[in-house]
Design a protein around this ligand. Structure first.
Ligand SMILES: Nc1ncnc2c1ncn2[C@@H]1O[C@H](COP(=O)(O)OP(=O)(O)O)[C@@H](O)[C@H]1O
Ligand SMILES: N[C@@H](CCOP(=O)(O)O)C(=O)O
Length: 324
């Protein structure tokens, strides 16, 4: 084969955290892996739940994003061998598209000797995704606060509090971010804008200062969740009552339909909260998988696979999971 083989591990992300629409994101301990190498002929293999519908020709997102990096770096790598395995559910509000974009950028950049800085990768990723929250979290890890003016994205990373855990409820239906963005109004009234500025600022300060007691009130939102609620039966009930079942706070994860609850790791009410989420969706006739996830402190990581290592990607992932 041709030159180095790169293996990238990208975390999932939850965006908005309630009030921080298009501004706040947190990386989660759920991952996608991408292997990339120059080849004599392009071959793309995608595996993982739902990945069979993703195109495996040169229209593939990973392939196209990689070519953007090569173009900017001034090198030609027209044929690629790409393999991707993902545990991140597709189109559920856990940043699968951001993980694909960020993973492709980091893999392609590493393949040609890392000519682009992480900041440059962040700028490209933000433009491709259309908002900086998911890509920032996947790239840098931890909690990422960002602002994008359509030209430049700036960010600050916050270390997640050591006892912060999350429980996500992932409904069995998909909801595309595009559809969920179409549900939003074009204008807002001043009092709702003021409400969100206050909550989002308070949330950032509370997360920075480790004030977990403020999270419940700080996670409230009037900017996007009320408009998206009709698309996700059960969501309003969960957001209103999760704190009564032991959650520190609750929000729609990204554009949904996944709901994320923040939980104190030492809470003895974890089972109760999990049951509440499942029961609330079940009452609406929706099956939902609950998953406990940690905030992921590491962003996207890559390493070069030795030329002689013939281990298939899936076995390599199993080994990584075992080594954790
Ligand atoms: N590995 C991938 N390769 C190509 N496209 C992908 C990949 N992962 C996700 N996507 C695209 O992103 C879409 C989901 O993005 P989106 O609606 O923003 O939801 P989310 O990012 O929350 O999962 C998928 O329907 C698919 O088109
Ligand atoms: N800020 C975006 C976040 C979309 O996240 P995703 O994980 O659903 O792609 C939005 O709320 O539209």
């Amino acid at each position: 084969m041709n030159g180095p083989r790169i293996l990238v591990k990208v975390p999932a992300s939850t965006a908005n955290l309630g009030p921080g629409f298009d501004a706040l994101g947190m990386a989660l301990s759920l991952f996608a892996w991408i292997e990339m190498q120059a080849a004599s002929e392009t071959s793309i293999t995608m595996f993982g739940d739902g990945m069979e519908d993703i195109p495996t020709d040169k229209t593939n997102l990973i392939y196209k994003v990689a070519q953007l990096v090569f173009e900017e770096a001034g090198v030609a790598v027209p044929e690629l061998s790409i393999t991707m395995y993902s545990d991140i559910p597709l189109t559920r509000g856990l940043g699968s598209s951001a993980s694909a974009i960020v993973g492709a950028l980091v893999a392609a950049n590493a393949l040609v000797g890392s000519p682009l800085t992480n900041d440059r990768l962040f700028q490209i990723a933000t433009k491709l995704e259309g908002h900086p929250d998911n890509v920032g979290a996947s790239l840098f890890g931890g909690i990422v606060v960002s602002a994008w003016d359509g030209e430049r994205a700036d960010h600050v990373r916050i270390e997640p509090h050591t006892s912060l855990e999350t429980l996500v409820a992932v409904p069995s239906f998909q909801l595309s971010t595009e559809k969920a963005r179409h549900a939003l109004p074009k204008t807002l009234n001043m009092s709702d804008a003021v409400f969100n500025v206050g909550r989002s600022s308070l949330l950032v300060a509370a997360l920075s200062a480790g004030r977990l007691d403020l999270i419940s009130t700080a996670m409230r939102d009037r900017l996007h969740q009320p408009y998206r609620a009709p698309l996700i039966p059960g969501m309003s009930t969960i957001l209103e009552h999760a704190a009564e079942h032991g959650a520190l706070g609750a929000a729609l994860s990204g554009a949904g339909p996944t709901i994320i609850t923040f939980v104190d790791g030492i809470s003895d009410r974890k089972k109760e909260l999990e049951q509440f989420l499942k029961d609330t969706f079940a009452a609406e006739g929706i099956e939902a998988e609950t998953i406990w996830l940690q905030p992921c402190k590491q962003g996207t990581q890559w390493r070069q696979i030795s030329e002689s290592d013939e281990t298939p990607l899936m076995d390599r992932i199993r080994n990584e999971v075992r080594a954790k």
